[in-house]
Design a protein around this ligand. Sequence first.
Ligand code: ATP
Ligand code: MG
Length: 227
Amino acid sequence: MSALLDLRGVTRVYDDGHEVMALRETDLTVQAGDHITITGPSGAGKSTLLNVLGLLDKPSRGQYLIQGVDSGAMTEAVRGAVRGQLFGFVFQAFHLLAGRTAVENVGLGMLYGPHSPKERGNRAAEALDRVRMSHRADADPRTLSGGEKQRVAIARAIAGEPAVLFCDEPTGNLDSVNTENLLELLHELHRDGLTLVIVTHDREVAARGDRILTVRDGSVTEAAGCP
Ligand SMILES: Nc1ncnc2c1ncn2[C@@H]1O[C@H](COP(=O)(O)OP(=O)(O)OP(=O)(O)O)[C@@H](O)[C@H]1O
Ligand SMILES: [Mg+2]
């Protein structure tokens, strides 16, 4: 069976005046059910790797297969549809819309998906319940704590029931108590079948991964697993 995600010799070069090789000749397969964490120094290429995997960015060279299908042959519309259906995203800065309620923010994550407005509302309510934020469904994000904002952002990312959740420094703006709560939530979601790919500077967050990748100067290595 095909891997869920499969990078084959993927290189990403940025060229705005001078060339930066952000990702070098990377081979990486992600299997359904993996919990992958990605660490490495600032500027090493971690976000680049995440963005390529999440179809937010394209390889300059090499192949990226998703469930066995070459993403290089997809139109923009198909890339967008695959991204919307298979992937959810959580970033350090939450990116919630002020002036909308928490539950509206979660619903907005499904705006371009296949669901009717009523179905989106139901799913948004369910997702908020899953992250234990139902009691603040009608709150403006400006009135939420950092930990609460990140839970709402996770609800938005999972409401469409993606196969993979990509997180880029999800605990970067959280204190240690909120980080622990978020790790517990991610653990539950993983246990319930969600594949996780998490970029983090935090050693404790990284250590929770079943597979721990390190990126240095665009090269990805994987720590050998315990037998
Ligand atoms: N849009 C861009 N244009 C040009 N160079 C870029 C662009 N995005 C990233 N880079 C460069 O590519 C390299 C990798 O960047 P990337 O954002 O992937 O690093 P990172 O490991 O996520 O770093 P951090 O931990 O600071 O977030 C860096 O040298 C960066 O300056
Ligand atoms: Mg980054």
